[in-house]
Design a protein around this ligand. Structure first.
Ligand code: ATP
Ligand code: MG
Length: 250
């Protein structure tokens, strides 16, 4: 598909770059989405382009939280769709979550292309597209703050990835529990939310699916213990320490 030899030491990373470029060319990723991806690449390099132990702990706590939620919603944008649409659909099915489109630079065309991508994957009830009468969280009447009534507007838990700090803060300030997949442990998003998975979305979501299959059959008290034993502040510190160690060992 792409002219990159499988033997290339950074094959996975180069494939992601191609997918992001294609999404831009196809018209559903904003130019700034490519810049955001580059920022992620840099942090991924610093953690060795692999899932760390601290990320895996955050993933387990996230899945337990998803399974305990009443109305969990996975918020998707151009970047997350370009890199992991199929896996997002699987995760939604495994955890009974809804999927909602929320774009930082919202245009009708982008929304239309993205909802078609999910429909073509067999996922019919995508929320947040223009066929709906969208509401606004906290009455912030901005295309950035759209919220579907049965989705993010009424959700008790929202999973965001590659999300801007302002919007993550709006969700938290409106009483939502928020999980973020964000490679930058220093971003405002990473610091504002309840659980931060410091990992690449292409590795995080498949691992979340694996844990969802395992944890689905457990009782509530078992899941609650996993959630209570997790501290996001501590976990973020572990992620930062790992970057420090990588630097010294070089
Ligand atoms: P903030 O607004 O939270 O302070 P920011 O303005 O630097 O952060 P945004 O562009 O708003 O960043 O959000 C994109 C975030 O997604 C960045 O923190 C970036 O590191 C992260 N990111 C980029 N690519 C990936 C990826 N493939 N997987 C996970 N996270 C990623
Ligand atoms: Mg930002």
């Amino acid at each position: 598909l792409y002219m990159i030899p499988k033997s290339h030491p950074r094959y996975e990373s180069l494939i992601q770059r191609e997918k992001i470029k294609d999404a831009y060319k196809e018209g559903y990723l904003a130019d700034s989405g490519m810049i955001a991806h580059g920022r992620g690449e840099a942090f991924d390099y610093l953690i060795g382009e692999k899932t760390t132990l601290s990320s895996e702990k955050a993933i387990k706590a996230s899945v337990a939280t998803l399974l305990l939620a009443k109305n969990p919603v996975i918020s998707v944008n151009g970047n997350s769709t370009a890199l992991a649409a199929k896996e997002i659909v699987n995760l939604a099915n495994e955890t009974n979550s809804k999927i909602e489109i929320n774009l930082f630079y919202r245009t009708e065309e982008r929304v239309h292309i993205i909802s078609n991508i999910y429909r073509n994957l067999g996922y019919e009830n995508i929320l947040g597209d223009d066929s709906e009468n969208l509401k606004y969280i906290n009455n912030i009447d901005s295309p950035r703050a759209t919220a579907s009534e049965e989705g993010i507007y009424s959700a008790d838990l929202v999973l965001v990835s590659l999300e801007d700090g302002d919007r993550a803060e709006v969700l938290v300030n409106n009483g939502k529990k928020v999980i973020a997949i964000d490679l930058n442990p220093l971003s405002r998003t990473a610091k504002a939310v309840d659980i931060t998975i410091v990992d690449n979305i292409v590795r995080a979501i498949p691992l979340m699916i694996k844990y969802a299959k395992q944890l689905k059959s457990k009782d509530k008290s078992y899941l609650k213990k996993i959630v209570n034993d997790f501290s996001n502040a501590e976990n973020l510190k572990e992620s930062l320490d790992l970057i420090e160690i990588a630097k010294i060992e070089e």
